[in-house]
Design a protein around this ligand. Structure first.
Ligand SMILES: Nc1ncnc2c1ncn2[C@@H]1O[C@H](COP(=O)(O)OP(=O)(O)O)[C@@H](O)[C@H]1O
Ligand SMILES: [Mg+2]
Length: 250
């Protein structure tokens, strides 16, 4: 699973080039994060220009690059093609909130259930949507989890705070749960999935879910509490066609 721990853009490491410049010139050392910049301004130690200051711009591009780098290589160049995905992206962007770093922060938004056979491009489309949001300056804090990996990651075990890990996942501003229903179900997987879906459902947090199963099969496999919430909170995007892996058209 790709649980992201996006580096807080306010805590970017120092650029070695900037450090060299600072020692070579009598200028005050550049603030390296937004908090420091604001503090310096409050103390009168850094000029308050109306233009976006360079350090913030640097942080922005660094954070964007890092967020994109977390997309698995196979899907890094994916772009959303389905019109519902574009509508979803617009809706999430509309509801996003401004933040001090110049990026936007995802707050609430609709969710999508992407349904289709193996190899029809569900994961590709989902990462394409995440990538578009990131490039729009939104969605730095995203988490993607293949459902089977997620269960493995969250299984209670000695020395691992599974509940804390679970909370990090379900609270992620943007969450992709890939291949829901593919793992062997059990009472425990049903319970954890129910808690995840219910959390996102109640708070209206933008969530992408992909599955091979039709909704009726999803109900049989995951239980009605999950299927019922997914039907209300998501728009269904059906991906048809051949298995792109086998047809060589991937
Ligand atoms: N629209 C697309 N354009 C190009 N390649 C695609 C597209 N959709 C899927 N692929 C490729 O096809 C393969 C299967 O896609 P994937 O998203 O993994 O399918 P699924 O998740 O439905 O099983 C991957 O190699 C993926 O990169
Ligand atoms: Mg997939």
């Amino acid at each position: 699973m790709t649980e992201t721990h996006p580096r807080d853009p306010h805590h970017a490491p120092e650029d070695p080039m900037a450090a060299r410049d600072a020692t070579a010139s009598p200028q005050p050392q550049q603030p390296t994060n937004v908090h420091e910049l604001r503090l310096l301004r409050l103390l009168g130690g850094w000029p308050d220009t109306s233009a976006t200051p360079a350090p913030v711009q640097d942080l922005r591009s660094e954070a964007l690059r890092e967020a994109i780098d977390r997309i698995p290589l196979r899907f890094r160049d994916a772009r959303p093609e389905h019109p519902y995905l574009h509508e979803w992206i617009d809706a999430v962007l509309d509801q996003a909130l401004p933040s001090v770093s110049g990026m936007r922060r995802i707050s609430t938004g609709p969710s999508l259930l992407m349904v289709g056979g193996t190899g029809t491009g569900k994961t590709h489309q989902a990462y394409g949507a995440i990538s578009t949001l990131i490039q729009s300056g939104c969605g730095m804090q995203w988490t993607a989890a293949n459902a089977a990996d997620l269960y493995a990651h969250l299984r209670p075990r000695h020395g691992h705070d599974s509940e804390a890990a679970f909370l990090r996942v379900i609270r992620s501003p943007l969450l992709l749960v890939d291949d829901l229903g593919a793992a062997k179900p059990s009472e425990w997987t049903e319970d954890i999935t129910y808690r995840l879906v219910n959390h996102r459902y109640e708070r209206m947090l933008p969530t992408l879910v992909t599955t091979n199963l039709a909704i009726a099969d999803l109900r049989d496999r995951m239980g009605d509490r999950i299927a019922s919430r997914l039907s209300e909170m998501t728009t269904r995007v059906v991906l048809a066609g051949r298995d792109r892996r086998r047809s060589g058209a991937a």
